[in-house]
Design a protein around this ligand. Structure first.
Ligand code: NAI
Ligand code: COI
Ligand code: MG
Length: 356
């Protein structure tokens, strides 16, 4: 049975990086005979320009029916004045909600080959291996919001943060399960000294943890966590947190790996899963052919492992990426004297050459 991969390039560098990952998947498919088929759909500003909506029904329906979704990124200054409900970012939020993708897994590792690319000291980042488990379809990104209302003689806007016990339970369960296969430690990150949602989060996390005596749970405030990631990242194994905090902490943690362009993610939930790099559409470099495709290529590896049960193929891609980096190939975001500077196409060719 062919496996149908729905590819949604989106905006900005989205097409450049998903093209690269599809080339890698095609080569892997030839080698392992997985029988992949690819179908391409619009989303984001690109879809808004064509159809007047950021997430056409066709795209959402195709994603729901797919074996897995590979997503690039959406957004860009061009659509800054579009009304909020039609902004490009609604496409990725709508896909996450529509597919029930409540968990976003963002692994961050510092490879020895890239130790010098972090702005942090090598002795601080060496050995970093963190899995950020971010709740993805709740919290402030999905609560009621008001763009503008009169209040006390002025104008205000607001966004509502809410979490229910089942929403917290299922994400903490997933983090606990992940920790069992890793170093057995979970840090639950919140702001329970201030926020009601965080107090519910913390209590619920502690309750779930009672079922996992072999996992060590600790709680940390998000402001401290942001600092600990910069001064002692190796203290973390699994971090579980809400939608907003997870979004911010994972961009920060990307610095530990060398570049945001390297960071993959898997969004999983009720049925079809979606795979995307953690970065956005990078309008500042879009169309130049210089984006780092490795975050998307590594997301394709996660797709093979989690959605298609093709672990050997996933390992193969990850080894090819490691070898390419240890051979010294670098896109501009990681370039320094002495390494071999390549553009998106050059990096993709180098990875393909390492899949024998
Ligand atoms: N999942 C998604 O579709 C996401 C979309 N966005 C959207 O993307 C747009 C741009 O947002 P920004 O805040 O600029 O974040 P961004 O992640 O797109 O870019 C931040 C910085 O990282 C660089 N960068 C990102 N990916 C790179 C890659 N693969 N290779 C080399 N350099 C890379 C960019 O050039 C830029 O300097 C916005 O419209 C935002 O809403 C942002 C995050 C996620
Ligand atoms: C564009 C946002 C909705 C998402 C984001 O920044 C992310 O998922 O990392
Ligand atoms: Mg983000």
């Amino acid at each position: 049975m062919p496996k149908n991969i729905v590819v949604i390039p989106g905006d900005g560098i989205g097409k450049e990086i998903t093209d690269a990952a599809v080339d890698v998947l095609k080569k892997i498919d030839k080698k392992y005979g997985i029988d992949l088929t690819f179908s391409f759909y619009d989303a984001g500003g690109t879809a808004y320009d064509k159809f007047g909506v950021p997430l056409p029904d066709d795209t959402l329906n195709a994603a729901k029916a797919a074996d897995a979704v590979l997503f690039g990124a959406v957004g860009g200054d061009k659509w800054d004045n579009v009304e909020p409900q039609l902004r490009p970012e609604r496409a990725i939020l709508g896909l996450r909600k529509g597919l029930g993708l409540y968990a976003n897994l963002r692994p961050v590792q510092t490879m020895d080959e890239l130790i010098d690319y972090s702005p942090l000291r090598p002795d601080i980042v060496r050995g970093t291996d963190v899995l950020i488990v971010r709740e993805l379809i709740g919290g402030i990104y999905f609560g009621d919001k008001c763009e503008r209302e009169e209040y006390n003689g002025t104008i205000r806007a607001w966004d509502l943060e809410n979490y229910s016990i089942p929403e917290v339970e299922r994400i903490v369960e997933l983090a606990m399960q992940a920790a069992l296969k890793r170093k057995g430690s979970v840090t639950s990150v919140d702001k329970s000294n201030v926020l009601a949602t965080s107090r519910l989060w913390r209590k619920t996390a502690a309750k779930v943890a009672e079922k996992y005596p072999e996992v060590k749970l600790d709680h940390m405030y998000v402001d401290n966590c942001a600092m600990q990631l910069a001064i002692k990242p190796t203290r973390f194994d699994v971090i579980v947190t809400g939608n907003l905090f997870g979004d911010i902490l994972s961009d920060e943690a990307a610095v530990l790996g060398g570049s945001i362009g390297l960071m993959p993610s898997a969004s999983i939930g009720e049925k079809t899963s979606l795979y995307e790099p953690i970065h956005g559409s990078a309008p500042d470099i879009a169309g130049k052919g210089i984006a780092n495709p490795l975050g998307t290529i590594l997301s394709a590896a996660l797709l093979l492992r989690y959605s298609l049960d093709a672990s050997a193929a996933a390992d193969d891609i990850e080894s090819a990426v490691k070898k390419t980096l240890s051979d010294g190939y670098r896109t501009a975001d990681l370039f320094s004297a002495g390494s071999k500077k390549v553009d998106t196409a050059g990096m993709t060719e180098a990875v393909l050459a390492n899949i024998k």
